[in-house]
Write a protein that binds this ligand. Sequence first.
Ligand code: ZN
Ligand code: ZN
Length: 236
Amino acid sequence: MRGVLTRWVVPVRCAGCRRQPAHLCCHCLTTLQFALPFCLICDQYSPHGLIHKTCTHLTIQHISLFYYNHVARNLLKLYKKKPYKAYAQAFNQLLKYYLHFDPFYLTQKIPNNNVSIIYPASTRSKSLGYDHIKILVPLVAQGFNIRNWKAVAAYRSKKQAKQLKTIKSKTKRAEFLLRHSYTIRPKALRPHSNILIIDDVTTTSVTLLSLVNAVINSGVPFKSITTFTFFKVRLN
Ligand SMILES: [Zn+2]
Ligand SMILES: [Zn+2]
């Protein structure tokens, strides 16, 4: 009954086109293309989404579901504003749609037990009253059927966040991000857990790699690292 009422008060509109009464309508879903598995370091194709051995010695698997397009842009824009919960359901739908096909068999290797799910904490979460990536954590855990998981925030200091805002050049931003990694409270991480790092969208993988750095810098031993985003911006 409650669901019916909220739907009546806030009518659900497709986050992609704002027309159809769905979280994401069939038309918008089919405009999305499955992202090919790639290496986080060199951005080139890589089977199973693993980092090439020639790129780094670390074993990290990465999964991006879809290439970023106009539907993704609309969804991400709306999702950052209120009412966020209705749009969070659109992410749920994206995950289900992808898992139905699982076109590159990437999701089979995602650890489903004893997982620390790491997300980049928003620096504006206090003023907004919510953290938009944190809301996606349980959705991702449920989507991948993960039992026994824990959400872990990765923080960037306010001073660094301010500095970052002033840097306009993309390469300089990337350099800054890699140098000033996120930090994770060592006590928050379960020792010997599988690490799943999540974000909404990635372009050059810099944020993801910076989060990987934060895990390594925390000094807490881990079993494996997987990184995940809903969207991937094509670089060429
Ligand atoms: Zn639509
Ligand atoms: Zn590579």
